[in-house]
Design a protein around this ligand. Structure first.
Ligand SMILES: [Zn+2]
Length: 278
């Protein structure tokens, strides 16, 4: 049965753009119609930043409508059992979290501030010729982080079964959500770059967090490159040509992308708003 899900662009420039499912190409099967759908939504909140550095990131995010565009896209896509808060805030650490106990996503201003330092240092090093402005790269990264945390939230709130490491599954959700258009996929190149820069900051192999639930930064960077190449092989052929993406890995990337897309489509199909009541 061909139940291809069609999704549209979710660019930051078009806050009203959304991930959607055309009912004509997502027929409801019996399993889907058995699922009780809730009325929950992603609900956004910007807590006031307490330092000048964090205030810079708060202003950037609010002026771009970062959280609002994310929530708008998600709320038009998935029916949640209950509301999930999406909170931009001070955390005292450069991170982002989903907390199932409070059904909330926290996106820390410190994460963006830390990435700003890395990107600006990289630009000073002269590697940034022709690249997007730092603010734009930061917005692209923060949006991908939001979708990563949304992956965690969907797994927990919808009680989705999965295998493999949850952190990998969450990264794959951000790819699934952000490869509808070439413009969105381009933003994941920025994500790969930031993981690469993070990886470069660790020079002693003994310092690598092998036991962490996340893949190593260098692995996550390579994964994102592989997935976007798999989504649009012609557009990103240059990544293979210039050696940014390992050519052996590249050979399987279209299959890797197809697998993650099919996986998330299957997981979400019973919970899509557009299938509700049809
Ligand atoms: Zn995570």
């Amino acid at each position: 049965m061909n139940t291809r899900v069609v999704r549209t662009a979710t660019s930051l420039a078009a806050a009203s753009a959304l991930i959607c499912v055309l009912s004509a190409c997502a027929p409801v099967d019996s399993a889907a119609s058995d699922v009780e759908k809730g009325e929950g939504s992603f609900v956004v909140q910007y807590d006031p930043a307490s330092t000048p550095e964090n205030q810079t990131e708060q202003t950037l995010w609010q002026q771009a409508g970062l959280l609002e565009a994310f929530a708008d896209a998600m709320n038009k896509t998935v029916a949640l059992p209950k509301d999930v808060a999406v909170v931009a805030k001070d955390c005292q650490e450069a991170n982002a979290f989903y907390d199932p106990a409070t059904s909330s996503i926290s996106l820390c201003y410190e994460l963006s501030a830390s990435e700003r330092s890395s990107l600006e240092a990289d630009a000073v090093d002269g590697d940034a010729a022709g690249e997007e402005p730092v603010d734009q790269q930061l917005l692209e990264s923060a949006r991908a982080v939001l979708y990563h945390e949304a992956g965690h939230a969907l797994l927990a709130e919808l009680g989705l079964a999965f295998t493999g490491r949850e952190e990998d599954v969450a990264d794959q959700y951000s790819v699934y959500a952000l490869t509808d258009s070439e413009e969105d996929a381009d933003s994941l190149i920025t994500v790969a770059k930031i993981y690469y820069l993070n990886a470069q900051s660790v020079t002693d192999v003994d310092e690598l967090p092998f036991s962490d639930t996340h893949g190593l930064d260098a692995q996550r960077s390579a994964n994102f490159l592989c997935y976007v190449y798999g989504a649009y092989p012609e557009r990103y052929e240059y990544l293979v040509q210039d050696g940014t993406l390992d050519s052996e890995r590249a050979g399987g990337c279209q299959e890797e992308f197809a697998q993650l897309s099919a996986g998330w489509e299957s997981l979400l199909r019973p919970h899509l708003r557009s299938t509700n009541g049809s």
